[in-house]
Each structure stands twice: as structure tokens, then as C-alpha cells.
Write a protein that binds this ligand. Structure first.
Ligand SMILES: CC(C)(COP(=O)(O)OP(=O)(O)OC[C@H]1O[C@@H](n2cnc3c(N)ncnc32)[C@H](O)[C@@H]1OP(=O)(O)O)[C@@H](O)C(=O)NCCC(=O)NCCS
Length: 214
């Protein structure tokens, strides 16, 4: 399993959470993702998703989607060795603990990706409903783009439900282009299916992700 993505994502997040602590030789460029003030106040870090996180992930997943991944989807992704990371944030004063966690961390979001030859496929990116519209998805995409470039990937691919307008807006605004449509790709209620919009981002051409100033 290639855990290096998790270490690298962690380095990015820790650097953002502690901007005064610069590693001697940063292994990865740091995304300078603009975030809303409420998010910027929070100390955050990435953690490798493990079996122990699946209660948390499943709780967030079912709260965020009408057609969520099952635990088995996540379990199989971990077994396959796909890079899977959780974005955790320290609880702010007044925030309740997350029911699935015994520590003072809140799950802000997570992503699961699948590396290929010169490309990376984003399988799942989710931000917990209570933390949406604070820039966390863009932040996770920035980190993934930086990591993917570090793997010499040239393309980032994904599929998104045609009806998922918030996600489509996110990807379009980020610089992804629609490159196809998969007919009846997703389940959509009793005996119904929904098309998937296939989108890609050229990691070489896009100068989207900025690095933070040293
Ligand atoms: C889609 C999703 C990941 C966005 O996460 P997020 O952290 O709220 O997104 P960000 O705050 O980083 O938003 C970045 C941009 O995306 C777009 N966007 C995000 N949510 C949006 C919404 N509800 N409506 C319209 N545009 C939206 C906006 O352009 C936004 O920029 P702005 O805030 O400056 O206008 C989140 O809504 C989510 O987890 N949804 C459920 C799971 C899902 O659909 N995942 C994607 C599967 S393909």
C-alpha cells in the first residue's frame, strides 16, 4: 500500500495548521487555498483512513448523500490500498463531540482516490454537511492535485451525478472539463438510473493550485 499520500497530505495540513513551523525540507508544495475565516481558525490535519474510522466515515457519508457508499465500498478501497485520507479538525468552543469519536477531533471530510498510469481517479470526496461552504473541498482538491503531480500524473478524473449541481459547480470552478457522459451509471431510486458526467483536469496545463509563500 502506498501510504506516502497520507504522510504528504499530513505535511500539507500540519504546515497550514502551524504556519510558523516550517519543515527543514518540505516534501510537498503547500496549497495556499483561500478559506473562509471560520475554517481558517480551526487547527486541522489529515489522517490515513483506517478500518477504525469506518463508523465515522459511514456516519458522514450517510448524512451527505442520497445514495451513499456502503461500508463495504470503503472497506474494499482500503483493502485495495487506494489512498484514503480524512480531514480532521479540532473542535471549536461550543461544538459537540462527534458521536463516533472519543477524541476532540471532528471529521470535516475525506477523499478516496485510485492511482493509475499517469492519472489519478477521484472516487469519493465528501465534506460533512455542517462544514460545507467553508472551502474544505477546494482545499482537499488542492492537496490531491499537488500529490498527483508528485506522482507524475497528468490527469485527474472523476464522475459526478448529473443532478449534483453543488459538486459540478465545485469541479467546474476548479477547472475540470466535462469530457463525457456515462448513461445510467448511478442508481437513482426504485428501478431508476442517473447519468454520470465524466470530468477531467489536466494537471500539466492547469496552473490552478498555488503554493504557499515560504
Ligand atoms: C460537493 C462538496 C464536496 C463541496 O464541498 P464544500 O467544502 O462545501 O465546497 P467548498 O466550500 O470548497 O466550495 C468550493 C466551490 O464549490 C461550489 N459549491 C460548493 N457547494 C456548493 C453549493 N451548495 N451550491 C453551489 N455551489 C457550490 C462553489 O463554487 C464554491 O465556491 P464559493 O464558496 O466560493 O462559491 C459538498 O457539498 C459535499 O460533500 N456534498 C456531498 C457529497 C458529494 O456530492 N461529493 C461529490 C461527489 S462527486
Amino acid at each position: 500500500m502506498d501510504h506516502s499520500v497520507n504522510a504528504l497530505l499530513g505535511a500539507v495540513a500540519n504546515r497550514l495548521a502551524h504556519p510558523d513551523i516550517a519543515p527543514a525540507q518540505p516534501a510537498w508544495p503547500v496549497p495556499a487555498t483561500p478559506r473562509r475565516a471560520t475554517a481558517a481558525e480551526r487547527r486541522i490535519h489529515f489522517a490515513t483512513m483506517t478500518e477504525a474510522d469506518l463508523d465515522t466515515v459511514h456516519a458522514v457519508e450517510t448524512s451527505a448523500y442520497t445514495h451513499p457508499w456502503s461500508r463495504k465500498h470503503f472497506h474494499d478501497s482500503l483493502l485495495a490500498g487506494y489512498p484514503a485520507v480524512m480531514l480532521l479538525g479540532e473542535r471549536l468552543p461550543g461544538e459537540r463531540p462527534h458521536p463516533t469519536r472519543s477524541d476532540d477531533r471532528l471529521p470535516l471530510g475525506y477523499l478516496v482516490a485510485m492511482p493509475g498510469v499517469e492519472e489519478v481517479h477521484l472516487l469519493n470526496i465528501t465534506v460533512a454537511p455542517a462544514h460545507q461552504r467553508q472551502g474544505w473541498a477546494r482545499f482537499m482538491l488542492d492537496a490531491l492535485v499537488l500529490w498527483s503531480r508528485g506522482q507524475q500524473a497528468q490527469w485527474l478524473w472523476l464522475e459526478v451525478r448529473q443532478s449534483n449541481l453543488p459538486a459540478r459547480r465545485l469541479y467546474e470552478q476548479y477547472g475540470f472539463n466535462q469530457v463525457g457522459l456515462r448513461k445510467a451509471y448511478y442508481p437513482a431510486g426504485a428501478l431508476q438510473r442517473e447519468d454520470a458526467v465524466v470530468m477531467s483536469l489536466n494537471l500539466i496545463a492547469s496552473a490552478h493550485t498555488r503554493e504557499a509563500a515560504p
